[in-house]
Design a protein around this ligand. Sequence first.
Ligand SMILES: Nc1nc2c(ncn2[C@@H]2O[C@H](COP(=O)(O)OP(=O)(O)OP(=O)(O)O)[C@@H](O)[C@H]2O)c(=O)[nH]1
Ligand SMILES: [Mg+2]
Length: 505
Amino acid sequence: MGQFKAGKSSFLNSLLGQDVLPVGAIPVTTAITRLQYGNNERALVRHFDGRITEVPLIGIVKFTSEAENPGNSKNVAIVDIELPSLQKYPGMRLVDTPGLGSVYKYHQSASENWLPAVGTALLAVSADRPLSEHDLELIRELTSHTPNIILLLTKADILSPVQQQEVVSFFQQTLQRELHRTLPVYLYSTKSNTKEYKQRVEEDIFKTICANRDSEFLRILHYKVRSLSQNCLSYLRIALHSSMQADLNRDNLHAQIINEKVKESLMRDELGIISREHQRQTRPLIETYLEQFKVPLTKKVTAKLQNEITSWTGNLWKLSRYYETWVSENLSEEMRVISKTEHVHFLGTLKKAHASFSRSLEAFCKFLGDNIENVLGVKLADVDWKIDVIEPERPDISFAKSFDIHLDLIWFLIPMFLFRQIFERHFIKAIPKEVKINLSRLAYQWKKSVNNSIEAMHAQAINYIHDELSTIEALLSRTQGQTDDIKQLIVQVERLSDNLTKSRI
Ligand SMILES: Nc1nc2c(ncn2[C@@H]2O[C@H](COP(=O)(O)OP(=O)(O)OP(=O)(O)O)[C@@H](O)[C@H]2O)c(=O)[nH]1
Ligand SMILES: [Mg+2]
């Protein structure tokens, strides 16, 4: 790797002892070129679309040089070259990359994209441009991709031995100051002392790597995965932080929107109280209203009975049956009439309960709307939360008879011609009680019916509140945080990274 014109391609040609790669005074290398051992000399051009073409070695310049493949218009991904001369480096691949920092932006991106694939990085720095800020930046980037970074001071021939030493110590000082590390530095020249330089580089770098090829490979691989894990972890921690923040915000949001004033359980309690209170008052209210009918009705029925009873014939038993049927029919009819004409007056608690439910819902709606507007700045759409007035059903007014005249059990002992008047009086005297019982039953039947309606309105109000709160709850939790998922990922990545550290080679 290295800046443009650092002498990368020249170095590799020199190492190979063969001018395989194009070199020049202007930016040249335009495609990643890999060199490795092969029985025969051959070059394979791999295109981005997956196409692979074999070209004569001499022809690779058509694909790897800027002059013949400007801006990589031929869409070359990689050129693979196989050379018998590389037999001395089994299992190793030399890679020439386009130079960094030239006017050709494409060269820059091609090399940067290669970074994650770097094994041992040999960073060429030309003696006439000793260690620029770009080189330092490249070292920083390489640090997350490989543990092996070696500096190659190229074009050493343009410096005197003293200057060479100066440059090398400048390298180390700068590295120490800027990156707090040192790196091995090798000198190279294709012009003078090439043999010595080459020998050192071969011995120290390439032969060492080849001798430990597999373990080096694993070591670099582990380093990459660890480094990747660390990068992932730092992103995941940011994600975790923001997710936790989002959870907190959401919880706060929830607490602010669904506060005490609109809490479902409290609303249920409140509506329950309204329902019970009004239901409790229904019967007394109806009974009080019916009170006014007692006296006139008693008078009317008594008069009618007095008028009709004289025509009844038979013994006491028969008389009693007549009486029962007569009272039952007449009072039922009277009750039916009252029920029909007066029932609107029985609905007082129903109307009051309706008003209370409506008020309670209105307040709930307002509080919720205010909360949402305050917290989210959104206005809740107007909802039509009208409680229907549920008309009570007309109760069935045919009452079973209720008589406590047990005298008829002994009718055969009683001579009617002596006692008939006493019995008639007895029957007539019983009328006020019958009227009272019938009115009370009417009140009871209507109470049941009215209270059923109150209960139905109660259920309706609860449904409104439940549905509304469920919708809002669902909306608030739709953006469910990913905190748990992220935490799990962090644990997985940490475990992976730990395992790699333990099996460190
Ligand atoms: N004096 C001297 N010049 C050299 C040496 N090595 C390479 N050069 C010259 O440096 C120039 C660039 O060499 P290249 O090998 O093309 O450099 P590169 O780093 O591959 O360049 P790009 O592929 O464009 O990034 C050429 O003109 C070479 O002749 C050396 O050791 N000494
Ligand atoms: Mg080159």
